[in-house]
Design a binder for this molecule. Sequence first.
Ligand SMILES: [Zn+2]
Length: 89
Amino acid sequence: MSPKLFCQSCTMPIDDMADRGTEKDGSKNNEYCKYCYQDGHFINPGMSLQEMKELIGTQMKQMSLPENIIEGSLRALPHLKRWQKEKVL
Ligand SMILES: [Zn+2]
């Protein structure tokens, strides 16, 4: 089964509630993963799209994911909600 929900910051699958970020009141955020978003805010709020690309590229290579998967994720990044906002600002 392929994942339905992806983190809108880093493309990680967040179908599993345990992988989702948390709000200030402890509830789960349905758009961002726990590595990007905790206690109601981004863990690294100053991060740029370019920095995220480099981080994900490095992490996915460490996980030995196929090149086409890595490229697909990197291409999807600019379309995610977090980075759409950045463009508007
Ligand atoms: Zn994330």
